[in-house]
Each structure stands twice: as structure tokens, then as C-alpha cells.
Design a binder for this molecule. Structure first.
Ligand code: ATP
Ligand code: MG
Length: 476
């Protein structure tokens, strides 16, 4: 495994030289001067120990929420039930200050908590040892009762306490574990791995929203999401959450090359920018139409690879409750990016592809193709960068002639048909689709006279005449 953006081992796990923002030290000092022990905890401490001090600083304190609010003029209750107060610092950042807590009851989805007396109790309810380290931003002291610093140094992911219990308390920890292992290049400790895998069948109990947000965190990470995603596949979580995607694992690519569709998808995802998680999502789905459906009644007309890609991508995204806009966007990209006409396509073929794919998304297609081409170049199979450049040049050439690509861009619309004496109805839609089809073939014919003539011919052939008097047109 190469190291990607994982910090070098020498810089991992040392609190020396760690420094919190001034505002964090001010909050800690204010609370401690009033007599309340306070620590930095969670992601920021972990990330800082791993050499990346840019995380969100969360603080945990013995002071109860009411006291925190009294001590800081500019504060907001964020989750008073959970003991969290947001303190607005002079640097404009809202820091979360949470009272020491212990779990009294957990359900696999959420926990009932009560206030605790010590930071150790608070650390004991956290999921993984690397997330259960407290650091004192003024004294520089570490509280690490579960050996999280060692684990980070040894590149090991372990749960705090019994893996089975910890995953049972909240199955989201299964996915969090896969993410942390991937992001920090950690090996999951064998006991924790067994517990994690045993938790996989219960992932369906999580709300779609939590799973979706977790997946977006993986895709939005600055490093290489492929490592966490490969662990999704290895643990069975992928098969559980997205069997449609899991079919890519071990599936041969059509264009040669010795890797499978899944490895190719992962390599492509890594080559896309982290601030475009939805594009990365689309990249995962581009090959998803190739594995054949196992159809019992062969010979019947079943969806082709393009339709399968769109249907499968939509099924996953709908299950994870992505918004309709996001689904349209991702499914459009995933459904069309792999189906640009091969070889040296003519203008008409390109226009037809554009009509399906939509010119609004072109930028996304170019980025996707570019990443795929680079992934292909690593393997020496499939379209490379020269193919993408040629496609881009051809698409620009075709678009420069401003062809009509959708019904709304035709030189004739429903009102014109009414003016020609036809009564509106569902057949209008069919006429316009027919006209678009002809204009995609012959773009220069997009003028009102030609289209009016074609429309009359088409409707006449269908037995529809314009109204000659009251009563309007009729369908025989
Ligand atoms: P990220 O911000 O990248 O998701 P994080 O570790 O900072 O990672 P947060 O959700 O910000 O995660 O939570 C902060 C801390 O709270 C974690 O480091 C961990 O100690 C604890 N925590 C969060 N979620 C859970 C959970 N589901 N179970 C146990 N502890 C958790
Ligand atoms: Mg965090």
C-alpha cells in the first residue's frame, strides 16, 4: 500500500509541537479559571496527532451546559439534551463544548446519555481508541486510557472495549471504522474486524441519512477514498448497502486490461477532486450497467447496459435518500458517460448522444472521462487521454453549429400545431418527439415551414386531420 496523503509514521502520534488555535485555549482557560476541568477531544486531537491540525476542535468539560452558557456571552444551545453548547469565539468560529457524558442506554441507532464526573468516563463511550484521546490545549498533557496514540503509531484500528458490544450499540461505527482505517491507512485489529463484520448485517437498521452522510464523508475526503471503499467491499458492507455496486467486484472489463470493473472504478474515483463528491459517486456507477442481469426468460427484451446503469444507480441513490436533483445529476452522468459512440462517430451520432446526455452536464462528463483516461493509462487498456481530447474537440465542433437537442429547441411548438388547426392532446408530445428525431438527423431542417410540413405528414399518416370547423381535429 503506498502512503497517499497519510502522514509519515515519524510524525504520527506525537503530541510534541501540537498547538490548538488561540480561541480554543481561551475557552479552556475561561472554564478552568472558573473551576471546571476541560479537554480537547475527538477528531481534532486524532488528526493533529496524525500531523493534520486542521480539524474541528471539540471540547469536553466538567461544567454543565447552564454554566457554560453563563460563562460565555456569545453561546448557543446546540444540543442541550446531549450537553452541547456552541461557543462563538472572537475568530468567528463556533466551538462545541460538551459536558462529560456516559451512556446509560444504547439501541444500535442512538444513545441515552447522562452527565459524568471524569474525562475518562467520557472517553470510554467513544468508538475507537484513536478517537478516545484527550489532550489539554494549555498544559499539553495527554489522557489516553485506551492506548489510542500507540494504535495510531502502529497504524492499528481498535474499538474501545468489546468490539461486538461497541458495534451493537451503534452500527454506524462499522462504517466509521472502515472510513478511518482507509483515511489513516490503518489495519483493523483482528478482533475489531471480526466484530465489525458481524455488525454488517445490521447496517439496514441505520437511517438512510446517516449512511448517506457517512458515504459522502468517504467520497469528500482529501486522500484516496479507494482505500475505505475497498474495505467496504472486503467487509461485506458494500454488498449490504449497494449490491448493485458490489456486482462490479471481480467483473471483467469489456475493453481488456486485467483489473476488474470495481478496481477501475476505485482508481477513477481517486483521480477526481474531493470537492466534487457527487462526481466521484457517478464514477463509481459508470460501469454498473455491464454485469448482465440473470434473466430467467431469455429472449425477452430486457434493458441494455445503459438503461441498467441508470436503473441500478437510481436504485442505490433512492435507497440512500439522495435528493431528486442529485439523483438526476448522478444518474445522468453514470448512465451516459460510458456510452459515447465508439471509434470515429459521425455528427449525427454525437448529436444523439448529446440529446440523451444533456449539454448542461458536459463539464462533468469531461472531468469523468479525463479521470477514467488517466486510470486507463495506468493499466494500458481502454480509452486514453488522446481519445478524450478528440471527443471534446468533436463535441465542441458539433455544438458550434447550435443544433436543436431537445424538443424545446425546435422551431415549432404546440402553439404552432394549434395554429395549424390541431386540437391539443397527448399526440402533440409524440409529434414533437418525432420532429426532434428528424432534426437530430438533419439539423438544418429546423425551420418552421419544414417542421410544419413534417408534422402534417406525420399526423395525416396517423389519421389525424386539422379541424375544419367547430369540434376541432379528431383521431380516427
Ligand atoms: P469526522 O468529523 O471526520 O466525522 P470525528 O471523529 O471528528 O470524524 P465526529 O462525528 O465529529 O467524528 O465526532 C467527534 C468525536 O465524537 C469522535 O472522534 C468520537 O470520539 C466521538 N463519536 C462520534 N460519533 C461516534 C459514534 N457513533 N460512536 C462513538 N463515538 C462517536
Ligand atoms: Mg469531527
Amino acid at each position: 500500500m503506498s502512503s497517499g496523503n497519510v502522514p509519515r509514521p515519524s510524525s504520527i502520534g506525537s503530541a510534541e509541537g501540537m498547538r490548538a488555535p488561540k480561541a480554543v485555549r481561551w475557552i479552556v482557560r475561561t472554564l478552568e479559571d472558573a473551576g471546571y476541568e476541560t479537554w480537547a477531544v475527538g477528531g481534532a486531537v486524532r488528526d493533529a496527532l496524525a500531523g493534520d491540525p486542521s480539524g474541528d476542535w471539540d471540547l469536553t468539560t466538567r461544567a454543565e451546559p447552564g454554566t457554560v452558557r453563563k460563562l460565555f456571552k456569545r453561546s448557543v444551545p446546540i444540543g442541550i439534551d446531549h450537553g452541547t453548547v456552541g461557543v462563538l469565539a472572537r475568530d468567528g468560529t463556533l466551538y462545541e463544548v460538551t459536558t462529560f457524558r456516559r451512556d446509560v442506554e444504547t439501541t444500535g441507532r442512538h444513545a441515552v446519555v447522562e452527565f459524568a464526573d471524569s474525562v475518562e468516563e467520557d472517553l470510554a463511550r467513544r468508538d475507537f481508541t484513536i478517537n478516545a484521546v484527550a489532550w489539554h490545549p494549555i498544559r499539553g498533557e495527554l489522557r489516553d486510557p485506551f492506548g489510542g496514540v500507540d494504535d495510531l503509531q502502529e497504524r492499528r484500528l481498535r474499538t474501545v472495549g468489546s468490539p461486538d458490544e461497541r458495534f451493537r450499540e451503534d452500527y454506524l461505527r462499522v462504517l466509521r471504522g472502515l472510513r478511518f482505517a482507509g483515511v489513516f491507512g490503518l489495519t483493523v485489529d483482528p478482533d475489531s474486524w471480526r466484530g465489525l463484520v458481524r455488525g454488517v448485517p445490521f447496517l439496514d437498521r441505520l437511517s438512510a441519512e446517516r449512511v448517506r452522510e457517512e458515504l459522502l464523508k468517504v467520497l469528500g475526503g482529501a486522500g484516496r477514498p479507494s482505500r475505505s471503499l475497498a474495505l467496504y467491499a472486503a467487509s461485506g458492507a458494500l454488498a449490504r448497502l449497494a449490491p448493485e455496486l458490489n456486482r462490479l467486484v471481480g467483473e471483467d472489463r469489456r475493453d481488456g486490461g486485467d483489473d476488474d470493473l470495481w478496481s477501475h472504478a476505485l482508481r477513477t474515483v481517486d483521480l477526481l477532486p474531493p470537492h466534487r463528491p457527487r462526481l466521484r459517486l457517478a464514477a463509481l456507477f459508470t460501469g454498473v450497467g455491464w454485469p448482465e442481469a440473470q434473466s430467467r426468460d431469455r429472449g425477452r427484451k430486457s434493458p441494455g447496459p445503459r438503461e441498467r446503469a441508470a436503473l441500478r444507480a437510481a436504485a442505490v441513490l433512492e435507497r440512500l435518500r439522495f435528493s431528486n436533483d442529485e439523483i438526476r445529476h448522478v444518474v445522468g452522468l453514470a448512465g451516459w458517460s460510458g456510452f459515447f459512440p465508439e471509434g470515429d462517430p459521425g455528427d449525427e451520432e454525437i448529436r444523439r448522444w448529446l440529446a440523451g446526455a444533456g449539454r448542461e452536464q458536459l463539464h462533468g462528463f469531461f472531468r469523468l472521462w479525463w479521470a477514467e483516461a488517466r486510470a486507463n493509462a495506468c493499466r494500458g487498456a481502454g480509452p486514453g487521454p488522446d481519445t478524450v481530447l478528440r471527443r471534446r474537440w468533436r463535441i465542441r465542433e458539433v455544438l458550434s453549429r447550435e443544433p436543436a437537442l431537445k424538443v424545446g429547441e425546435l422551431a415549432l411548438d404546440g402553439r404552432d400545431l394549434i395554429r395549424m388547426g390541431y386540437r391539443p392532446g397527448p399526440h402533440f408530445g409524440r409529434v414533437l418527439e418525432y420532429l426532434l428525431d428528424r432534426v437530430l438527423e438533419a439539423p438544418d431542417a429546423n425551420d418552421p415551414e419544414t417542421l410544419a410540413r413534417w408534422a402534417s405528414e406525420y399526423l395525416e399518416a396517423a389519421g389525424v386531420s386539422p379541424a375544419s370547423g367547430p369540434g376541432g381535429s379528431h383521431e380516427r
